[in-house]
Design a protein around this ligand. Structure first.
Ligand SMILES: [Zn+2]
Length: 262
């Protein structure tokens, strides 16, 4: 009924149109814009505040062993409205906005994952078939080398992926573009996409290559992976000078059982 009143009164519909335009402009202004080269000083402060606010939440989830399964609701819960909007701006970013060619995999709402272990680190999860393939591969490595690799990082929910992205930004001078070379944006990580599940390996002595990839590259375990991982369906995702503008990650292998071995 109200609609017909408006159509009968041109000045009313003009007012409505102006009102809508005003709403659209203010809504657009409310979406924070991010400087991808380096966060503005205000955004650096905002990031620091958000990380502080999230710290107890992440610590308790780590203790419970559920950090890798963190949901969006859980991540947003401790934050103010304006901080949530700021995270939304990150979620809207695409790798292609950053000159990277990283794939956008999307997000699966209910990943079907099982715990893997034991690890000395945070509790880790993998899809069942990936966990089975990992176990089989490690039995073979153990047989050949008398060593095996642990899962340092398996499945990570997109919400936890965003937390990690934010957590690592200070290390990369608050540059979104630079951080993205080392940590994928949510929806862009093989860790958050079970159909192409990634595992980050760490050896039994705790070498993971995080700060020095050459250290992991020099391990006999890595040489063994290069020779045999394909037989078990695992492939190195980011070799040296890969076309994705992603740093060399000798520890990061994804499961793709339908792909022929190299
Ligand atoms: Zn990884």
């Amino acid at each position: 009924m109200k609609l017909s009143v408006h159509t009968a009164r041109p000045s009313g519909s003009l007012l409505a149109a102006v009102g809508l335009l005003f709403l659209w402009v203010t809504a657009a202004a409310a979406v924070p814009s991010l400087n991808v080269e380096r966060l503005s000083p205000e955004d650096v402060t905002r990031l620091q505040t958000i990380l502080q606010r999230l710290e107890p939440l992440i610590a308790s989830h780590k203790q419970l062993g559920t950090a890798n399964l963190l949901t969006w609701d859980e991540l947003y819960q401790p934050l103010a409205e304006e901080e949530r909007a700021w995270l939304d701006a990150f979620r809207a970013l695409k790798g292609t906005d950053l000159g990277a060619t990283s794939h956008y995999f999307g997000e699966l709402t209910e990943p079907d994952v099982v715990p893997v272990g034991p690890t000395t680190l945070d509790a880790q999860f993998l899809p069942r078939d990936v966990a089975d393939a990992y176990e089989a591969m490690m039995q073979a490595m153990e047989r050949d080398l008398g060593k095996h690799l642990l899962v340092e990082s398996g499945y990570r929910s997109p919400a936890y992926q965003l937390y990690l992205f934010l957590f690592y930004m200070p290390k990369h001078d608050y540059s979104i573009r630079e951080t993205n070379r080392f940590v994928a944006l949510p929806g862009h990580s093989e860790h958050g996409y079970p159909p192409r599940q990634a595992i980050d390996f760490i050896n039994q002595e705790g070498i993971n290559g995080e700060d020095k990839p050459e250290e992991f590259e020099a391990l006999p375990e890595y040489q063994w992976l290069q020779q045999h991982a394909n037989e078990f369906g695992f492939f190195l995702s980011y070799p040296r000078d890969n076309p994705h503008h992603t740093a060399f990650e000798p520890w990061h292998w994804h499961y793709e059982p339908t792909r022929p071995a190299n």
